[in-house]
Ligand binder design. Structure first.
Ligand code: AMP
Ligand code: MG
Length: 486
């Protein structure tokens, strides 16, 4: 017997008509499977046999609405590239409802499932290329331990979709406890719907931040502070793994501190702190090294949106203040872990700053550096040294690093090396790896996608047969242009 999920719930829908529009997804012709995450299916308690069948294929393409689903598109607004953009909303995403997960209900959302009242100039569709990137990166980030929305599956269809050229349509099924964004709050605040603003804030507190209700003082200020803390941790993790989001607009910022809306993202190849991964970001607003400050800018916009619920402006400013110390502290903790240093001590930021400057000057490959360094605790430093042009400067830095490691009471080289190997991934979703899988998928061959997915699900392990995924990027990788087109 193959059984469809039956325990659908609808907490977001319960907020009422000011928050969303109910509508059915628009069908796509002759859908086929592109990829699935069995791990996400397990979390949702989905029957593996059912997930192989046509009913699941049709449902997750948006061609049928299963009993218990209540499809809707939500309304939000936001700041895009630093400017108020007014009303946006789910222009191509459709929420189906929630299914029970291990830690509570999980929202199931189709992306690319057709026009909604919020589609503006868009066509409501997503192309295969960007859907594969979102699917792979969601699962890769999760395996790296970085808070993120998940991806259950991707389906494809031969239906043509016009971007720079004609491509084909795909639908990603995304999963998260909530897809509420900073932009949802901005929407109700800026449009003067303050009663709905309070309803939304209460909803988020009750379901996701219940401690804010007990906190002394204003619960909405407590919410802003809690969101800031989660955002600080998330961005610190991005920086530590060399992840560039690409479009940190306020409508792409999760109220739960999850990485969401994978578009023109990139994992750094050669280390360049000013790297801009989004070809459409001509001003470099969302450069790698600006992400922590941009997150603060976005939190400030959220704080502004929450002002009608606070006693005064100072309350919002006070709630935002901890981010300024939390973010660098979280990042230093992560960088120390990458270096094998269990504790943060005075002088550690100088040690990492010196290293980052050296890596930038010599355009050292970010992922390969950290992985090789992990092996140099017990083994030779030579493979790490080989990555640098300024060998003497590197030697001086490495001597300080080793001295700092060995000064740790009870230093155990093997244990440190093992810990570093669990911290510094061997495999990340580099642009060129995604590109190879996409080109093959466009020809109807999904085997490379599956192989890459498997490797990304075990980023800290040197799996046999995956060596080619862990090497330097080919020369053509730097020519890949990833833009907002998706
Ligand atoms: P993004 O920055 O890509 O997350 O998208 C910004 C806004 O544009 C959101 O409101 C999206 O729903 C909407 N959007 C993006 N692409 C499309 C599309 N092809 N059709 C309709 N809406 C879209
Ligand atoms: Mg978005």
């Amino acid at each position: 017997m193959s059984l469809p999920p039956s325990a659908w719930t609808h907490r977001f829908a319960g907020l009422g008509p000011a928050f969303h529009t109910g509508l059915r997804p628009t069908p796509l012709p002759v859908p086929h499977w592109v990829g699935q995450s069995p791990a996400v299916a397990r979390e949702l308690g989905l029957d593996p046999a059912w997930m192989q069948g046509d009913e699941a294929l049709q449902a997750f393409t948006g061609n049928t609405v299963l009993p218990g689903m209540r499809p809707l598109a939500s309304v939000y607004s936001g700041h895009q590239f630093g400017h108020w953009a007014g009303q946006l909303g789910d222009g191509r995403a459709i929420l189906l409802g929630e299914l029970p997960g291990p830690q509570g209900p999980l929202e199931i959302q189709l992306k690319g499932a057709g026009l909604t009242p919020y589609s503006r100039m868009g066509d409501g569709r997503a192309v295969l290329r960007s859907s594969i990137r979102e699917f792979l990166c969601s699962e890769a980030m999760h395996a790296l331990g970085i808070p993120t929305s998940r991806a259950l599956c991707v389906t494809g269809s031969p239906a043509p979709v016009r971007r720079e050229e004609i491509e084909t349509a795909a639908v990603v099924t995304r999963v998260a406890p909530s897809f509420i964004r900073f932009g949802h709050f901005e929407h109700f605040s800026h449009s003067g719907q303050h009663e709905q603003l309070r309803t939304l804030a209460d909803f988020v507190i009750d379901h996701f931040y219940p401690v804010c209700r007990e906190a002394p003082g204003n619960p909405y200020a407590a919410l802003l502070e809690a969101v800031s803390a989660r955002t600080a941790e998330m961005v610190a993790q991005w920086q530590a793994v060399g992840f560039c989001h690409g479009v940190m607009n306020t409508d792409n910022m999760s109220i739960l501190g999850l990485t969401i809306d994978y578009g023109p993202f990139q994992f750094l190849d050669a280390f360049n702190p000013a790297h801009v991964c989004n070809h459409s970001d001509t001003g470099g607003r969302y450069a790698y090294n600006r992400q922590p400050n941009i997150a603060y800018w976005n939190l400030f916009a959220l704080g502004q949106a929450l002002l009608p619920l606070m006693d005064d402006q100072q309350q919002a400013l006070d709630a935002l203040e901890p981010y300024k110390a939390l973010m660098p502290a979280a990042l230093q903790r992560r960088m120390n872990a990458k270096l094998g240093l269990a504790r943060v001590e005075d002088g550690d930021s100088e040690l990492t700053d010196t290293l980052m400057k050296l890596m930038a000057a010599d355009a050292v490959d970010f992922t390969i550096f950290w992985r090789r360094l992990s092996h140099a605790v017990v083994g030779s430093l030579e493979p790490v040294r080989d990555l640098f042009l300024q060998r003497e400067a590197f030697d001086a830095w490495a001597a300080r690093w080793r001295a700092r490691l060995q000064a740790h009471p009870g230093f155990d080289a093997d244990a440190t090396q093992a810990q570093m190997r669990r911290t510094n991934p061997q495999i990340v979703l580099r642009n060129h790896l995604g590109e190879v899988a996409i080109q093959r998928a466009k020809q109807g061959d999904f085997s490379e996608l599956a192989r890459l997915q498997n490797a990304l699900e075990h980023p800290f392990e040197a799996l046999p047969g995956h060596d080619d995924l862990a090497g330097f990027p080919p020369d053509w990788a730097s020519q890949i242009e990833i833009s907002c087109s998706s």
